[in-house]
Structures are given as C-alpha cells and as structure tokens.
Design a protein around this ligand. Structure first.
Ligand SMILES: [Zn+2]
Length: 253
C-alpha cells in the first residue's frame, strides 16, 4: 500500500459511521481522490478541524490498488480559508467551484489545475463584499480553460470565420462557443450573448481586471456557465446541483 504525500484541497466531506469522515480531495499527484479519514470525528482526532471544506494543505494518502476509496492517514492544513464559510455568497460560489472540479477534473496528476483551483478559491476568499459571484465566475472560466475546453469567443465554432468584437453572438454550448451571425441563423436554440458579456469572459480567461457586474448580469453569466458545463458532462448527466443552487441564490440568508 504505497503512501503518497501530496498538496491537496478538501472539496467535499461527509461523516461516515460513528467516528470517520470521507473526503474528496483535489491533489497534485493524483487529481481527484476519495479517502476515508478513520477516527476523524473522535474528540482528540489528529485531524482536528483540518478537514474543513476548502482547506488546503499536505495530505498523506495510503492508496490501495484497485480501490476507489483510499485512506487519508494525515492532513496538515496550511491554508484553512475560513472566509469561504463565513459568508453565504462566498460559500455558495466556492461550492460551485468545488462541484466543477469534482465533476470535470481527472483522476491523475495535474499540477496546473491544482494551481488554478488554489487561485480561484484564494481570490474568492479575498473577494470584496457583494463581489463574490464575479470573482467566482472568473475563477470558474479559468478552470474550464485549464481543463481544456475553453469556449471559442472570437472565431465561429461552426465555420471558423472571425467574429467582430461588437457583435451579438449565438452561443452554442455543445459546439463550444460563439457562432457568427450566418451560422447562428441555422441554430435558433443558441443562447444569445451580447458583446459586453463576451468581452467579460475574454477578460476572465485572460485573468485581466474587470469592472463589477450588476445582478442581472451575474445571473446571466451563471446560467451561461452552468449550461456550458452541462453540455460537457460525460458522467451521465447528473445535474450540477451546487451550480444551480448558486444561480438560484438558495443559500442566501
Ligand atoms: Zn459561422
């Protein structure tokens, strides 16, 4: 049973039986990993509060060949991110980012993806009051790019013609991005995306500073992101519950 020490972030955690917890981590060495932390709920557990959601640190995982559930033998939380649980809008956004990673990240080494996840959660923890959604949208699109399916914004996904920056475009989720006006006419179900929204996604993907978003724009961007992700799911179409709850503001006080 090889022991692996790896940088990791807790993306999901739930109680298991009387004394244990099962966590799902994104790790540098193994990508997404499920592991049981035996005894984590005992009063003097060595895990303490280390396994809180969105905490980052160094995990020791004992892997078992042929098993999907490994054993977490230690977790040294160096980066607790309590700010993400302290405000409901941040918590909902962080949960959406965690869901994006759990559903799309590979079960293999991906250091750039872990770095992008770290950046996204850190930026969200530092987000100004009322600005969490826009910061999370930026982080989410950067993760999509890191996962290898960034949308095409400036070239038609059907005919590859360049699209003017000021054009209203149709957005074809399954094809993976913007359609020119000619191709959009043949795809009447495509979501319409105005030029300022397309510019915003372009800026997020380029990690450029952006101006604040008003509430209707936040909702429109959340819907666009969720619909885009739903078209790229490969694991049987279970709904993206955290993304949908974030969009509905269900966890708002
Ligand atoms: Zn076209």
């Amino acid at each position: 049973m090889p022991l692996i020490t790896t940088e990791a972030i807790v993306l999901h955690a739930f109680d298991y039986r009387e004394t244990s917890r099962i966590v799902r981590l994104i790790t540098r060495e193994m990508g997404i990993v499920s592991a049981i932390a035996r005894g984590a709920r005992r009063p003097r557990s060595k895990f303490g509060a280390a396994l809180d959601l969105f905490a980052g640190g160094e995990a020791q995982v004992t892997t078992t060949m042929g098993r999907d559930l490994h054993t977490l033998t230690a977790f040294d939380a160096t980066h607790a991110r309590p700010a993400l649980a302290a405000a409901l809008d941040r918590f909902a956004a962080a949960s959406a980012i965690a869901e994006l990673l759990l559903r799309f990240a590979p079960e293999q080494e991906d250091a750039p993806l872990l770095a992008a996840a770290t950046d996204a959660l850190d930026a969200l923890a530092d987000a100004p009051a009322g600005g969490a959604a826009a910061v999370a949208l930026a982080g989410a699109w950067c993760l999509v790019a890191e996962l290898g399916f960034a949308p095409s914004l400036d070239e038609c996904v059907a005919c590859h013609r360049a699209i003017e920056a000021d054009a209203m475009v149709g957005f074809h989720h399954r094809a993976g991005g913007a359609l020119c006006s000619a191709c959009a006419g043949e795809a009447p179900l495509a979501r319409k995306v105005p030029p300022d929204a397309r510019a915003m996604i372009r800026a997020w993907l380029g990690r450029l500073p952006t101006s604040p978003l008003d509430e209707p724009s936040v909702r429109a961007h959340q819907r666009l992101l969720r619909e885009f992700l739903e078209e790229h799911l490969t694991d049987g179409g279970r709904p993206l519950r955290a993304l949908a709850a974030w969009e509905r503001h269900e966890v708002d006080a």
